[in-house]
Design a protein around this ligand. Structure first.
Ligand SMILES: Nc1ncnc2c1ncn2[C@@H]1O[C@H](COP(=O)(O)OP(=O)(O)OP(=O)(O)O)[C@@H](O)[C@H]1O
Ligand SMILES: [Mg+2]
Length: 275
């Protein structure tokens, strides 16, 4: 598939020509996007650029009007979030959806509790919880405290650990550091690196350019529902990415993106085509 931009693995998830319209609003138009195993791809763009719509399309919440998705080399279409999860696509939504009054173990296994006979198998669930948290090198003091007493970073950790229960191949994180302080942000970024080390493909939505530059391998920019460039983090600057997000230097950026994309794949829409 893509030759120069991508690491030397096959894409675990690839989208081509994805479009989605809500009534008069063209939320996504002809989107190409991919992520490889062991890679972090940041998905960035201004408010209303289509990031959440793209994530929800991948997660099976929305059905695209057009376009293809391949997962693990096979063409797939997901009709529901359960189907996406079954394939191996996990999503950590921005609100985390944790139950504050329950402890870490109960949150990790919510709706997927393990039983021994008719009783909950607390021992195995607790062991499995520690295994998951160790895998993330997570700093959680106890798995038997209510998540209400955890810090924001620790809560994010629990939500990410929960998404790993079904052994996914791709994890999507929606603004995982948006509400966090400096130290907690560093903790969550470490976590993202653990996910990559464990061979997962990670899609990171973020408005924070320093997080993106710190942890992502590639950055995919959406603008007004269209691709507006994909950048290798090692070969770009945050100024260049911000310009692609805002369209400030539309010509330079889109020409550069087009140049790169002609090396790699079929030409995609540039910003000049936007009305
Ligand atoms: N369910 C919906 N019904 C109608 N329009 C929608 C719906 N969801 C999104 N849109 C529209 O699609 C466009 C893209 O929205 P989306 O939420 O994907 O943007 P975003 O990049 O996630 O923005 P933000 O950074 O503000 O979260 C916007 O114009 C939005 O108003
Ligand atoms: Mg959004």
């Amino acid at each position: 598939m893509t030759a120069t931009l991508s690491p030397p693995t096959t894409a675990v998830l690839a989208l081509t020509g994805i479009s989605k319209r809500f009534g008069a609003v063209q939320a996504l138009k002809d989107i190409d996007f991919d992520v490889h195993s062991g890679e972090v791809v940041a998905l960035v763009g201004d408010n209303g650029a289509g990031k959440s719509t793209l994530v929800k399309t991948i997660a099976g919440v929305y059905t695209p009007d057009d376009g293809q998705m391949t997962f693990d080399g096979k063409a797939e279409s997901v009709a529901s979030p359960a189907e996406a999860q079954g394939l191996g696509i996990a999503t950590v939504f921005q609100d985390l959806a944790l139950c504050d009054n329950l402890d870490v173990v109960a949150n990790l296994f919510l709706g997927r509790e393990l039983y021994r006979g008719r009783a909950l198998d607390e021992v195995t669930m607790e062991q499995e919880s520690w295994r998951l948290l160790r895998q993330l090198s997570a700093k959680i003091p106890s798995v038997r405290i209510p998540v209400a007493s955890l810090s924001g970073g620790q809560r994010q950790t629990v939500a990410i650990a929960r998404s790993l229960l079904g052994a996914p191949k791709v994890v999507m994180l929606d603004e995982p550091t948006a509400a966090l302080g400096v130290a907690q942000t560093a903790e969550v970024l470490n976590l993202v690196e653990r996910l990559r080390e464990n061979g997962l493909g990670v899609i990171l939505i973020s408005h924070n350019m320093s997080d993106v530059m710190a942890v992502a391998d590639r950055v995919s920019v959406l603008r007004l529902g269209r691709n507006n460039g994909t950048f290798n983090v090692s070969q770009t600057t945050s100024q260049e990415i911000i310009a692609a997000i805002t369209g400030a230097t539309t010509n330079a950026v889109s020409q550069r993106a087009a140049r790169r994309e002609t090396h790699t794949a079929a030409p995609t829409a540039t910003t000049e085509e936007q009305s």
